[in-house]
Design a protein around this ligand. Sequence first.
Ligand code: KE4
Length: 432
Amino acid sequence: MTTTSFKTTRSEEIFAAAQKLMPGGVSSPVRAFKSVGGQPIVFDRVKGAYIWDVDDNQYIDYVGTWGPAICGHAHPEVIAALHETLEKGTSFGAPSAQENVLAEMVIEAVPSIEMVRFVNSGTEACMAVLRLMRAFTGRDKIIKFEGCYHGHADMFLVKAGSGVATLGLPDSPGVPKSATASTLTAPYNDLEAVKQLFADNPDEIAGVILEPVVGNSGFIIPDAGFLEGLRLLTQENGALLVFDEVMTGFRIAYGGAQEKFGVTPDLTTLGKVIGGGLPVGAYGGRKDIMSMVAPAGPMYQAGTLSGNPLAMTAGIKTLELLQKPGTYEHLDRITKKLIEGLLQIATQTGHAVTGGSLSAMFGMFFTGEEVHNYDDAKKSDLAKFGRFHRGMLERGVYLAPSQFEAGFTSLAHTDEDIDRTLAVAKEVLSGL
Ligand code: KE4
């Protein structure tokens, strides 16, 4: 498969114009390909496991719009359900039966969730859950982990200092020091660092928030005992444990990473999959905590489009499709086939690599060392990842345009798609 046929004239025209209209030409930074270099492609349409760009190049897609397309893009049953709902309007700003349906499905699926509140993005869900942690405990400080991303709210944009633990320093201009002064950080998988933080801040920490499987530093799984250790530490210190399952929810398992690892947090955030491709986020957990949320309780949080019927419909249909027997077996098998093939080919073609998968989430680093946290991930060969990404893109395989993002498969990916991806990878890795 040569790359000479790879013409992106139309993409280049549209992206050039976009850069005059929107900062960086995008609606979200990672889409600009800054960390892998080269020109982003402009999408025309998506279906199942595939993307077509505006130059009519076709790609096998391993981003799935960053997670929501777990049943495959534009699933016919989701589209049909949306058409039906559209006839009744797009937004009510009032209670609807669909909210009850999706709420019941989420409560039934996720071990920690007894009550749930819908919002419009993962960022909103994480912002709200932070306020709730503070409201419930009466404490201000929180612990997050380096390399974990919980949306772009001020208090999460923390540049973790080196060393065991540090008071957060803002990681973006515009974030006042006061907004991150109560955000403590520690390396992922480092229980000792968390223990130290609790010792240094007795009775001041409202809780710990983390990605139970990290997808925002590349793909990093929790070390054995890490999640269990956090559950114990938070209980011992009167603090809450929050799993940010915006990415892992309904992907690692139908009940999320908390079902997979058997560790039940006090609160959980969700997004992506539960919106089935429309804007939805959610936070939920123990009834005694959620009862603090207005108007049931005093903690304020609101949203014009929260729980709108269109987004609820897409989420309901998506979860119904995921409930079908064999779903997670297929996702696990097809993703394992992909990552094991990639690692084997990379090794055979002389590259030091490490990586893995859990259900429909995978990742690979160009390094011979194990990757347990963000520092380890940063030591991998980022330039080589950029060249790998470009080589795959030019041959019709669309990987996440950053080493610090996990990859995603879907129910629409077939063995032929995986075989083709591996054949392309062999060509690219041989010449990398
Ligand atoms: P959104 O506000 O983007 O819906 O969700 C924020 C968020 C919260 N928590 C986790 C674990 C997340 O992964 C995210 C968003 N993920 C990124 C990709 N890693 C979204 C893509 C983007 O930023 O453009």
